[in-house]
Ligand binder design. Structure first.
Ligand code: ATP
Ligand code: MG
Length: 473
């Protein structure tokens, strides 16, 4: 059977012709072929393997293309990359790999296509299409990758124990693909991952986080986290999450299992947002509950200040995993810190001033915060479910209403510090802060509207009460 229709893009024929000229064989391999069979839409990154020099083939291809794209050569890896019409083509010579115990970087020799397929992580990633004229569009499937695609199975071409031990990143990749594609990992692989889990320690944090991002961006991220947990990997990567596991009971009082609750929240939020960092916030929103958990005879289980503790833990976690300590991290911290605020609000009668305070503190992130809180509803009681949803709907409506009137979202003090100083003839001093704060409070409380005239008048009164005198009076 020929799969020429997978290779409609003119670049494939060009590569085949160049390979013929150089008298070498060339194949497209890996993700592109897999995604063709899965009908995942045309992949933009294309891996080409040459039985010979991948770099020479890339240079030849670039020289015959009219646009003369630049070839980036990675000498150490023996690979070359070129960009063409939105595609990213990576050329590599077929290789045979052998590994040492303490590194995932193998010793590499030239090899055959078979050798190259052997070194691939999964059978579904080892599929190749021929590009030379003699075999253009023919499928090379040495490990029944197509069958595994049909059976939705993640399987390694060789002994899984060796495959995962050689490059432990593959453990993360197996779980990531199972989550992204909704595949099952075959039993022998599961056993091998579980017994090799400690080897994850030789993998760089950046690579691990890349896979976590991809799991989080899947349709149902809980599948990946449940697998990481079952394999014992989660404990090594995100112990803050595994610490949330379990239900304790004292004197007949139980609390919910916050680990499985968290996974439900993440799946919920995945249905309403593709924002990676909001998904991270959902994953981490309860991590403060493990260190703050206490039992009190009268009131039962409490997690006092878990939001505050959790937001501090976010920083340490990001730092440990070498994640960016920038505005993304601050956003996650803010979401964790504020994660209970709309809940408290919706439980009581929603007052305007409480809504103004929420909007003031959350600023531009108030919508994201509401999305998080809505995802946080995991009760199985339909009556409660409906009630909470309605309450949040009311809060959302109030936010719009209050914001239209009071413009709190990006609050700018209506009277500046400068003006306070001039009015009372003050040098920079603590009184200015006191007056500014009092004005802000009066606005949030609804004592005065967020307008200049009212704020100015309020300032005069407040100054007077502090014993200050107006300069020009
Ligand atoms: P995606 O791009 O969607 O993440 P992909 O399969 O294309 O999926 P890449 O990381 O782009 O993944 O890798 C391209 C190909 O290289 C894979 O299909 C696989 O054949 C091979 N490969 C990548 N990483 C490994 C690895 N750690 N061990 C073995 N083979 C790998
Ligand atoms: Mg790819």
């Amino acid at each position: 059977m020929s799969y020429k229709n997978a290779l409609k893009h003119s670049i494939f024929e060009v590569i085949g012709n160049c390979a013929d000229d150089l008298k070498i064989d060339a194949y497209v391999i890996g993700g592109f072929v897999r995604d063709f069979f899965l009908k995942r839409g045309e992949a933009k990154d294309i891996d080409v393997v040459a039985i010979g020099s991948g770099i020479k083939l890339a240079e030849k291809v670039a020289s015959v293309l009219e646009t003369k794209p630049e070839v980036t050569i990675f000498k150490n890896f023996g690979t070359a990359m070129l960009k063409y019409q939105g595609l990213e083509l990576e050329f590599v010579g077929a290789r045979k790999e052998s590994y040492t115990r303490d590194s995932r970087n193998p010793v590499v020799e030239n090899g055959s296509l078979e050798d190259d397929q052997n070194r691939r992580d999964f059978t579904i990633n080892a599929l190749a299409f021929g590009l030379n004229k003699s075999n253009f569009g023919s499928l090379l499937d040495s490990f029944n990758g197509v069958r595994d695609l049909e059976e939705k199975t993640i399987r390694t071409p060789l002994n899984p124990d060796i495959t995962y031990s050689d490059d432990p990143l593959r453990m993360m990749r197996a779980i990531r693909f199972a989550t992204q594609l909704d595949f099952v990992i075959e039993e022998k692989s599961l056993q091998a991952i579980s017994s090799n889990r400690e080897r994850i320690k030789i993998i760089s944090k950046e690579r691990i986080v890349d896979e976590l991002h991809k799991i989080l961006l899947s349709k149902k991220p809980s599948k990946g986290f449940a697998l990481l947990n079952k394999m014992g990997l989660l404990q090594l990567i995100l112990p803050e999450l595994t610490a949330l596991q379990g239900i304790e009971e004292i004197e007949g009082q139980r609390h919910k299992d916050n680990f499985w609750h968290t996974l439900e929240v993440v799946d919920n939020i995945a249905e309403t947002t593709t924002n990676l960092w909001l998904r991270w916030a959902a994953l981490l929103h309860d991590i403060g509950k493990a260190p703050t958990k206490k039992f009190h005879k009268k009131i039962g289980w409490t997690f006092h200040a878990h939001e505050f503790v959790g937001s501090k833990m976010v920083y340490k976690l990001f730092k440990r995993l070498r994640m960016p300590l920038n505005d993304k991290m601050k956003f996650v911290q803010k979401m964790v810190l504020m994660s209970s605020r709309p809940v408290i609000l919706s439980e009581e009668h929603v007052t305007d001033s409480a809504v103004r305070r929420l909007v003031f503190d959350a600023g531009d992130y108030v919508d994201d915060l509401m999305t998080l809180c809505e995802a946080d509803i995991t009760t199985k009681n339909p009556r409660k479910q409906k009630k909470y949803k309605n309450n949040f709907k009311t809060v959302r409506e109030k936010i719009v209403e209050v914001e239209e009137r009071d413009k709190i979202r990006n609050f700018q003090p209506p009277v500046t510090g400068e003006e306070i100083m001039q009015t009372f003839g003050l040098k920079p001093s603590k009184e200015i802060g006191i007056i500014k704060d009092a004005i802000k409070e009066a606005i949030l409380e609804g004592e005065i509207p967020n307008q200049y005239a009212a704020a100015h008048e309020f300032m005069l009164k407040k100054g007077k009460s502090l014993g200050l005198k107006e300069k020009n009076k």
